[in-house]
Design a protein around this ligand. Structure first.
Ligand code: UGA
Length: 441
């Protein structure tokens, strides 16, 4: 099939590359010429394991191309994916102006039937707005071409996006006509694997499904974080509680890991947007207010522990910090707990020496002009002369470090672990002061 993807951000690029991988012809459009130039030279503007090789292979095979020619891109694809950004507006709702601009651009150039697919995360009702925008543009051109608008939310996890796309556990398709449903069935046939993965539903339900899924996962995390804090007061061990709970198949083990809060470009934005939608409907969603409030305090919970150990005046104190990205296998620092932690430590007079396996260029950019943070060349260098180590992201290399080097390089052997990587008892018996989330010390 011939497919156009509008927007070569994270979602657009992964979608385009994976659809080309199974044999489709794909044109990826972006108005950012600089990005297009990088992609045409074989560069990948984001860090995502496995993406570069898929892009290179499919460009070389002539199945994947990048360009900024809107007319050519509309002409190209029988299916037009809209995968542009929907940043939060001032009131927390998702801003769909780029989605509507993309829709109008399609309508300005289309001369035959097209399936227009909303891939961006958009508030319920956006497909109707897309439809209206297209109708208006077609009317201006006095053209009455048929078209369908489909909602096809993405469920890709950063760091595992290729696998999530190639082996999905579900493909949600919101349609209002059979012709579009048929096109989507043909498109996703190669990804069905052994059994039906496609859930076809009405458009509004598909739009809501995306927010519901992310909000539910965020709720589980905030629930576990609050429970972990309670476990600390009760002298219980959240790790044992987690296992005991997760063994119930109705609960399951996924997304029950307490830590220093969720970050990223999705959960914080989608929780806010769902809350906003509910407020607009007049019903509100009190549980979303709580999920967000718990997450905000959880992000700086490690600093509260630092304050209990060292006091609130951290003047002259130096902290090593391992992990800057919001989670492992990405360089994404949007809404990362590390940012809140570093800012609070610096505000209390401390300095921070940070290390992250891939996010340091991004961190240097984010912290430009901020005094008090420097970056180490490797994880052990960060420890030299530091009063304590703070762990924020559970990168694999932090899981089994040399405790001997830690003991030798830190001024005092104190660890604040926001991801519960180590066994508290073992660390205590080996001379460390170890503070984790919800585990006994
Ligand atoms: C999330 C969803 O998991 C995807 O299904 C969805 O497609 C995506 O948002 C999106 O809307 O685009 P992502 O933000 O990449 O994916 O990352 P997750 O792996 O879900 O992690 C989000 C945050 O939750 C991270 O900060 C992570 O550290 C935290 N987390 C996750 C926990 O604190 N505890 C857990 O048990 C799991």
């Amino acid at each position: 099939m011939k497919i156009t993807i509008i927007g070569t951000g994270y979602v657009g690029l992964v979608t385009g590359a994976c659809l080309a991988e199974v044999g489709n012809q794909v044109y990826c459009l972006d108005t950012d010429q600089e990005k297009i130039d990088i992609l045409n030279l074989g560069g990948i503007p984001i860090y995502e394991p496995g993406l570069e090789s898929i892009v290179k292979r499919n460009v070389a095979a002539g199945r994947l191309q990048f360009g900024s020619d809107v007319a050519a891109s509309v002409e190209f694809g029988e299916i037009q994916f809209i995968a542009v950004g929907t940043p939060p507006a001032k009131n927390g709702s998702a801003d769909v102006q780029y989605v509507l601009t993309a829709a109008r651009n399609i309508a300005r150039h289309m001369n035959s039937y097209k399936v227009i697919v909303d891939k961006s995360t958009v508030p319920v009702g956006t497909a109707d707005k897309v439809k209206d925008a297209i109708r208006q543009e077609l009317a201006k051109r006095e053209i009455s071409t048929d078209f369908s608008v489909v909602s096809n939310p993405e469920f890709l996890k950063e760091g595992a996006a290729i696998d999530d796309f190639m082996k999905p556990d579900r493909i949600v398709i919101g349609v209002s006509d059979e012709r579009a449903a048929d096109s989507m069935r043909r498109l996703y046939q190669p990804f069905q694997r052994n059994h039906e993965r496609m859930i076809v539903m009405d458009v509004r339900s598909a739009e809501l499904t995306k927010y519901a899924a992310n909000a539910m996962l965020a709720t589980r995390i905030s629930f576990m974080n609050e429970l972990a804090n309670l476990a600390e007061s009760l002298d219980a061990d959240i790790e044992q509680v987690r296992q005991g709970m997760g063994s119930d198949p109705r609960i399951g083990h996924y997304f029950l890991y307490p830590g220093c809060g969720y970050g990223g470009s999705c959960f914080p934005k989608d929780v806010q947007a769902l809350r906003n939608t509910a407020n607009e409907c007049g019903s509100g969603m009190r549980i979303m207010d709580a999920v967000e409030a718990v997450n905000e305090t959880q992000k700086v919970r490690l600093v509260d522990k630092v304050n209990r150990h060292f006091g609130t005046n951290l003047e002259g104190r130096k902290f090593a910090l391992w992990g800057l990205s919001f989670k492992p296998n990405t360089d994404d620092m949007r809404e990362a707990p590390s940012v809140a932690i570093v800012n609070k430590l610096i505000a209390q007079g401390a300095t921070v020496v940070a290390f992250d396996p891939v996010a340091m260029p991004e961190a240097r950019r984010m912290f430009t002009g901020i005094n008090g943070i420097t970056f180490a060349d490797d994880m052990y260098q960060a420890l030299e002369g530091a009063d304590a180590l703070i762990i924020v992201t559970e990168w694999k290399e932090f899981r089994s470090p040399s405790f001997a080097q830690m003991m030798q390089k830190l001024i005092s052997p104190v660890i604040f672990d926001g991801r519960n990587l180590y066994e508290p008892e073992w660390l205590h018996s080996n001379g460390f002061s170890y503070y984790s989330i919800g585990r006994q010390v």
